[in-house]
Design a protein around this ligand. Structure first.
Ligand code: HEC
Length: 178
């Protein structure tokens, strides 16, 4: 079996190289004479490949894990948390308990001309009708929330969140902490 013996030559060399330094007590001597231990060695060789392979995977994994989508996921979580603090009382699951024709579903948003992030931002900032505004500089006072105001950056995040939820038909967001 010239092929096998060639293989055994190279596998064994690589095996010794791969385990150099952490193989206790040698034990490589009997390989050439017995085919069975050779098989054993081959299995061990494959096993010895596992740690470097794993290391390579771990090193490569940040490249595989798309950082953009990870960032988006975190923003959706933040948006969902803000929404559940400031908006959910009237807009639970994207609805509208005060004004049924002004839900946050895309059909209503389109009909009411609020289907862009900019318009959602404006309505959230200054309020509209019986919806209070949440912006720090919202005026007049009667049109603004009596509760805590939101920062511009928070309103921007909320507008993104509402728009993206509306586009997807308000799917449930899992694992909202707090
Ligand atoms: C006190 C109840 C209340 C709260 C709290 C509230 N809204 Fe509203 N929201 C309304 C009402 C009422 C309307 C309809 C206003 C109108 O068209 O006259 C509305 C409309 C909207 C609209 C436009 C919907 C459409 O189809 O025209 C958006 C977008 C919106 N709200 C976002 C938010 C966000 C984001 C928050 C949280 C920061 C929030 N709302 C908090 C009552 C509320």
């Amino acid at each position: 079996m010239p092929l096998l013996s060639m293989a055994s030559c190279c596998i064994n060399t690589k095996f010794r190289l791969a385990t150099k330094g952490n193989e206790k007590g040698g034990g490589g001597g009997e390989i050439q004479s017995h085919p069975a231990p050779l098989l054993n060695k081959q299995v061990k060789f494959v096993k010895s490949l596992a740690p470097p392979l794993m290391a390579t995977l771990v090193i490569l994994s940040p490249l595989v894990n798309d950082p953009v989508s990870l960032g988006q996921t975190i923003d959706i979580q933040r948006g969902a948390r803000l929404f559940s603090q400031a908006c959910i009382g009237c807009h639970d699951a994207g609805g509208n308990v005060i004004q049924p024709g002004a839900t946050l579903f895309i059909k209503d948003l389109q009909r009411n001309g609020v289907d862009t992030e900019e318009e959602i931002y404006r309505v959230t900032y200054f309020g509209k009708g019986r919806m209070p505004g949440f912006g720090e500089n919202c005026t007049p006072r009667g049109q603004c929330t009596f509760g805590a105001r939101l920062q511009d950056e928070e309103i921007k995040l909320l507008a993104e969140f509402v728009k993206s939820q509306a586009d997807q038909g308000w799917p449930k967001i899992e694992s909202i902490e707090d």
